[in-house]
Structure formats: C-alpha cells, structure tokens
Ligand binder design. Structure first.
Ligand code: UD1
Ligand code: MG
Length: 368
C-alpha cells in the first residue's frame, strides 16, 4: 500500500538524554546526513499521502532542518514531551478524517529500508495494528514482546519489566502500522501511570487486545531496526551504514583496495572503474567520474573529479574543486573553488584557490 491510503508519522520530539549532547538526537549525522533525514527519505520512498514529523526538544533546529531539506514534509509540535504515545496524539488533528493506515517510524531508527517497510504495510491485513518485532541477542533496553498463542499480548517497556520479562529476547522495533481511526481512538485511552509518568505508545497493544483484536507481529532482522540512543549506538549504526555504502560502490564497479578504510558520505558518486586506495575520506557532494583514481590519505568534499584524473596521495579537494579529465593533483596539494583543465598537473605541495588552470598546464612545486 502507498499513495493516498498511507500516512506516515515520524517521532522526533524526544531529547535523547542518553546521547549527552547539546544537539537534538535526531540531528546527529550518519554518513553526513542527520539520522532524521535518513528516516524522512525512506518515508518519502513509500510515496505516502503525507509525512508528519513530531518535533519538540530542540524544535527550532529540527524544524529548520526539515524546512531547508525536506519541503512538503509537515510537522506537529509536542510540548512537553510526555512519551511516544503522547507524541503520536499530536498528529491527530493533521490526520483528522483520514481513513487509511498510518505507519509510525522512529526518528532514531535510521537503517530501516523502504523495501522492508513495503512488506510490513501489506502484512497488516484487516487487523487494527501490526507491529515489527525483532529477535535480539542482547535485548538491552528495548520494549519486550509478550506473546500469546494468537499474536502479541502486550509490550512491556524495560523500565516496567519484571526480571522474567527482561529475559525475553523478542523486542519492539518501534515500527508499527495501524488503521488511523483505530490508532487515534485507542490513544485516547492511554494512561501515564508508570515508572516514567509517560504515555507509552506501546501500551496500545494491551488496550487493543482487551477489545478482542489480534495483533500480528512481523519479525524482521534487528540489524535494520537498531535504535540510536547513545553515542556508542550511533557509532555502530554509522558502521553498518558505511558497510552498505561500500557494498553499493563495489557492486557498481568501483575498485576499493581496502573497503573498510574508506569513509563514504550518503551522496558519494563514484563511476565504474574508479579506484580508491586505502584511507580516503569522502565528505558530502563528491562526484568521481569513470576511471579516475583517488590515492591514499586524500580528503574530498563538494567537488568533481573528471574521467581518468588522479588525486593524491595526501590531497585535499575543497568545495568547488573541479579536476579536469586526465588531470593530476599530487601530494600535499589543496584545491578550492578552482577549475583544473584537462590534463593539467599540480604534482607537489601547492595551494590553488579561486583559480582557473588551463588544459595541459603544469603547476610547479610550492606554488600558491
Ligand atoms: C522506544 C519504545 C521501545 C522500543 C524502542 C525501539 C516506547 C515507550 N518505547 O524506546 O519499546 O523497543 O523505542 O527503538 O515507545 N519521542 C517523542 N516524544 C517523546 C518521547 C520520544 O517524539 O515524548 C521520540 C524520540 O525522539 C525518538 C522516538 O520517539 O525518536 C523513540 O523515543 P526513545 O526515547 O528513544 O524511546 P526508546 O527508549 O528507544
Ligand atoms: Mg530510542
């Protein structure tokens, strides 16, 4: 399902206390893009009727990011932040009268793929709600799924779990799909009578069960649904994302001599037969055309390296560097906002800024 029968709500109002950071959690970058951006892009790929992001903590920054990068994505404010159930309630007016299904995504769960979500959408069937569960080796602080014979019985949050419940390894990914009317109807019945004094979204399961509904659980791989609550989890998710980006490059015909040592940006473009030597960092906005070589210890951002050019080792390409076809930028050369013509060379120790270097030119060592 997609299009006019699907709405998406992304929860992004929480403070993210465990990150111990001044930056709102959902704006922490992964491969150079805020984690919320990854979730919004995945949501967009499902072409829903609308996407509503719940904002609260650090609202100015989060809304500023959305406005600048995701036009068409709506926001609703949650202030104060009284829990995930309370957060979803904030989208009720925006979805007033909507009769389709609503997919709920967490802004701190950035690895989820659109293809996986499409499967989930169809698995809900006629039930009021379906939930994505994940089998975990180490369940940590995830909500625990208590199963009945015919589906999910309830979700117990870590803070409320008994010792026996803490041993359950089947956990809540945080992703669910629910009929809009069923969802907003049951949210009104949530209580905040718990350890944290919050309205837990996860309590809707027990409430729907009391009304006699069956709640199917779709079991998915935990790797894709890993939540980010701490800097250590952020580092783990970055690692997973880098692995994905490297694999995609290799599959597209790029030669990575030592894949693990190359750092990608979410938007890095490398043509077929590009060779990347170990220890190269791609910042945002890099386009390297076919057959070019990037040697070790080079750092590139917002630049283009044209066909067959050679960069590094130890080169720095800053915004606006345009390295022409077959050109050579050698060791300890920094280029900013400059066009280096076809076949031109700057082989050693130079700074080239705001310049236009003609085709075939040779810049000698030490030139500024
Ligand atoms: C939540 C789930 C837990 C699940 C886990 C998966 C609840 C109560 N718990 O726990 O069962 O296993 O996600 O990763 O739902 N947020 C708001 N407003 C709030 C609180 C949170 O918008 O008042 C947002 C946060 O910004 C975040 C998301 O909701 O993006 C999840 O909140 P978080 O505090 O990280 O919940 P977890 O403890 O991870
Ligand atoms: Mg979380």
């Amino acid at each position: 399902m997609s299009g006019k029968n699907l709405g998406i709500i992304i929860l992004a109002a929480g403070e993210g206390t465990r990150m111990k950071s001044a930056l709102p959690k959902v704006l922490h970058a992964l491969a150079g893009k805020p984690m919320l951006g990854h979730v919004i892009d995945t949501a967009k790929a499902l072409t829903p009727k609308k996407i509503v992001v719940i904002t609260g903590h650090g609202r100015g920054l989060v809304e500023g990011y959305i406005k600048a990068n995701h036009g068409g994505t709506q926001t609703a404010v949650q202030d104060p932040q009284n829990g995930t159930g309370h957060a979803v309630m904030m989208a009720k007016d925006t979805y007033g009268g909507f009769g389709g299904d609503i997919l709920i995504l967490l802004g701190d769960c950035p690895l989820v793929r659109a293809e996986t979500l499409s499967k989930i959408l169809s698995a809900k069937g006629d039930n009021p709600l379906a939930l994505v569960g994940m089998e975990t080796g180490d369940p940590g602080k995830y909500g625990r799924l208590v199963m009945a014979e015919d589906g999910l019985e309830k979700i117990v949050e870590f803070a409320e779990a008994t010792e026996a419940e803490k041993n359950i390894t089947l956990c809540n990914s945080g992703v669910m799909i629910a009929g809009a009317k069923d969802l907003f109807g049951v949210l009104d019945k949530l209580s905040n009578d718990n350890t944290k004094g919050e309205y837990y979204l996860t309590d809707v399961i027990a409430l729907l069960r009391e009304d006699g509904h069956k709640i199917p659980v779709i079991r998915e791989n935990q790797k894709e649904f890993q939540g980010v609550n701490t800097k250590s989890e952020l580092a783990n998710v970055e690692k997973a994302l880098q692995k994905r980006l490297r694999l995609a490059a290799l599959e597209a015909g790029v030669t990575l001599i030592d894949p693990m040592s190359v750092h990608f940006s979410h938007d890095t473009k490398l043509g077929a037969d590009v060779t990347v030597w170990p220890h190269v960092v791609f910042g945002e906005g890099v386009n390297v055309e076919e057959g070019a070589t990037i040697h070790s210890f080079s750092h590139l951002e917002h630049c283009i390296v044209r066909k067959g050019a050679s960069v590094g080792p130890y080169a720095r390409l800053r915004p606006g560097a345009d390295i022409g076809e077959g050109a050579k930028i050698g060791n300890f050369v920094e280029v900013k906002k400059s066009k280096i013509g076809k076949g031109a060379k700057a082989s050693h120790l130079s700074y080239i800024g705001d310049a236009n270097v003609g085709a075939g030119a040779n810049i000698g060592a030490g030139v500024i």
